[in-house]
Structures are given as structure tokens and as C-alpha cells.
Design a protein around this ligand. Structure first.
Ligand code: ADP
Length: 353
């Protein structure tokens, strides 16, 4: 590891948090060691008899000599005191070293444990921040593209001193389309931001009304491609947020129209299962590759085939908005698809029985 990486390790948020953890661990370890040292050295000191007692023993040993077996032991009672002093000071020195090793060990082990703990604590926060940064980057990139197009076409038109009325109208028309795209994008971004925080209110909703309102929205696009939309929704009431559910169905129908060929059919059907009703939006369109299916609910994700622009232009936000709304409903949005045959998007809703 280079010096710069080491520096980053200490100044990074993970490093700083690990340092705080380590500080707490070391304060506790040193505090504990000090208390332990004081108590132990006091207890060891108590094992040593007072000096006057040793002297008394020495005097007794001289006036009343002990049995021959004890002679060596009581040979010189000063030695006993010295011996005990030495043993106790050796014990205290050994205790100091042991506590020092213990604290060095705690420092090393504590540093590793603190770093691992800090990484574990910060990982979700770092991931959330990365997602946020990625979102802002993607959003600003998508916003910049139409803005640059508008600026460029305006500049070119303004520099052309012989600009004809017809060409000027063309520029304005192009700009209006780009502005419309910007509006759609900012609406979608707002919708995403709102849905993240929104506490949706759930009421008793007539599913047929929600679906027919949604169909009305996409009839013009469907008619332009000669696509028929078949409404086969059962007359049931569900628990949900009417406006949000309408938005989900509009997104699914809009995609179904966008990714279907001319003169095809779209079906909106329901299946009942116990306390739930499943609503399928079925198209006979281009389908979704297996490799794309796990990603299409991600913000800004667009399968390659849909990047070509024209009627299939979009920002890859629709499905992530729809998914978020369904998650808000404690429910699901899923998809099955066969390339060249079509896709079925399914939402699960709770029935009001
Ligand atoms: P957008 O349609 O604006 O690109 P979405 O989030 O609604 O964004 O969809 C993400 C991607 O999923 C699309 O780019 C497209 O590749 C794919 N997709 C969505 N719906 C369908 C569908 N009904 N048929 C085929 N592909 C679809």
C-alpha cells in the first residue's frame, strides 16, 4: 500500500470512525489495566510483613534458636525480608509487562476489529450516497442533452442572417419537442423523488375506473399505431391509492404501445387468487431479453433496442417509478417476456372483500 493510500485510510470516513472506536476500546483497556495494576500491587504489598515485625522475628530467632531443620530458613531474618521484597517487586514488574503486552495486543486487535466494524457500519450509508450521486449524475446528463440541442439549434438559427420563416418554424418546432421531452423528464424525476418520501393514502378503489382512466390517456398513441387495447378487467374494489395506481397502469400501457409493432393488440386482464387480484398488461411487442429483465426496473436503464430514439424514446424511469409505487403499496410488479412474442407486466393488488 502506498503512502497516499495509507493517508486516505486514516482520513477517510471509515478510518475516522475506526479511530473513534479504537479510542474507546483503548481508553477502556488502559483504564481497566490501571485499576487492575493498582489493586494487584496493593494486594501484593500487603503480603509483605511490616519491617518491625521482621526485626522482632530476627530477635526471637537469635534468643530462641529454632530446630536444626529450620536453621537454614531462619539463618538471617533480614534475608527473609529482602527475599519477600524481591519477590514482590519481581511480581509487580512482571504484572507491568503483562499489562503492557495486553494493551499492545488490544491496540492491534482493536484496530482490526474497529476497522471492520466501521466498514460494516458505513457500508449502507456509502451505498446510499453512491446511488444518490449516480442518480444526480444520470439525471443531469439526461437534462443536459436536450438543453444542448436547444442551445445549438438556436445559435445556428440566430447566426443565419438569411433565415427563412419556414426554417425558423422548423427550429421552433424542434425546440418545442425538446422542451416537451425536458418537461416529461423533470416530471418523472419529481415523481421519483416524491414517491420515495410519499406516504400514500389507501382507499377503497374501483379497479375498472382506474384502468379505463389509464386507457383513455394512451388511446391517441395506440390509435396512431393502429394498436387495439382490450379492457378485460373484473368489476372489483381494491385497496390502493387511485392516482398512483393510474400512473402505474399508464406507464405499463405506454410501454406496451411504445414497444409493440403496428396493428397489434394489448390486453388488460385480471385474475383473482384468494384475497388478491392480479392485473396483467399483455402486449404482442418486441419482448425483453433475459439479460435485460433483471435491470429494467433500475433508474435510467434502457435495453439496447429501445435506445434507438423515435417513438421508442424514453429515459428509463417509467418502470422504476411504477415499481416504487407498487412497493409503497406493499405489493409487487413483475414481468415475463418472450423475445419477438411480447411481454406481460403483472401487478398484485389487495381486494376489498
Ligand atoms: P423507457 O421506456 O422510458 O425507456 P422504462 O423504465 O419504462 O423506460 O423501461 C425500461 C426499459 O424496459 C425500456 O427501455 C425497454 O427496453 C424495456 N421495456 C419496458 N416495457 C417494455 C415492453 N412492454 N416491451 C419491451 N420492452 C420493454
Amino acid at each position: 500500500m502506498t503512502r497516499i493510500q495509507f493517508k486516505n485510510l486514516f482520513t477517510s470516513p471509515t478510518g475516522r470512525l475506526a479511530e473513534s472506536y479504537l479510542l474507546v476500546i483503548m481508553l477502556m483497556s488502559i483504564g481497566f489495566s490501571m485499576v487492575f495494576y493498582n489493586v494487584s500491587s496493593y494486594q501484593l504489598g500487603r503480603q509483605l510483613p511490616p519491617d518491625d515485625m521482621i526485626q522482632r522475628e530476627a530477635a526471637t530467632a537469635t534468643t530462641h534458636p529454632p530446630d536444626s531443620a529450620d536453621v537454614d530458613y531462619y539463618h538471617d531474618s533480614d534475608d527473609i525480608g529482602q527475599f519477600l521484597h524481591n519477590r514482590i517487586s519481581q511480581g509487580i514488574t512482571s504484572l507491568r509487562f503483562r499489562l503492557l503486552y495486553l494493551n499492545i495486543g488490544t491496540l492491534v486487535l482493536g484496530a482490526i476489529v474497529s476497522y471492520l466494524l466501521a466498514r460494516r457500519t458505513l457500508r449502507p450509508i456509502e451505498q446510499a450516497m453512491e446511488t444518490q450521486i449516480q442518480f444526480v449524475n444520470d439525471a443531469s446528463h439526461e437534462l443536459r442533452t436536450p438543453l444542448t440541442a436547444i442551445l445549438t439549434s438556436n445559435d445556428v438559427a440566430l447566426r443565419n442572417s438569411k433565415l427563412q420563416l419556414h426554417s425558423a418554424k422548423q427550429v421552433i418546432k424542434q425546440n418545442s419537442e425538446d422542451i416537451q421531452r425536458l418537461k416529461t423528464l423533470s416530471d418523472s424525476l419529481l415523481s421519483l423523488a416524491r414517491n420515495e418520501k410519499m406516504n400514500l393514502k389507501y382507499t377503497n378503489v374501483e379497479l375498472q375506473t382506474v384502468v379505463s382512466n389509464a386507457i383513455t390517456h394512451i388511446v391517441p398513441q395506440a390509435a396512431a399505431k393502429n394498436i387495439s387495447v382490450h379492457d378485460e378487467v373484473a368489476a372489483v374494489n381494491i385497496l390502493g391509492n387511485k392516482v398512483a395506481l393510474e400512473q402505474v397502469i399508464i406507464i405499463l400501457l405506454d410501454n406496451a404501445v411504445k414497444y409493440s409493432n403496428r396493428k397489434s393488440n394489448i390486453f388488460v386482464k385480471t385474475r383473482r387468487k384468494g384475497k388478491y387480484i392480479y392485473l396483467d398488461v399483455i402486449d404482442q411487442g418486441i419482448g425483453i431479453r433475459a439479460s435485460d429483465i433483471n435491470h429494467i426496473f433500475r433508474r435510467f436503464y434502457r435495453a439496447d433496442h429501445s435506445r434507438s430514439g423515435g417513438e421508442r424514446s424514453g429515459y428509463g424511469l417509467g418502470l422504476s417509478i411504477a415499481k416504487r409505487i407498487m412497493l409503497n403499496h406493499n405489493s409487487s410488479l413483475s414481468v415475463t417476456s418472450i423475445i419477438g412474442e411480447g411481454s406481460t407486466f403483472t401487478i398484485k393488488l389487495k381486494l376489498v372483500l
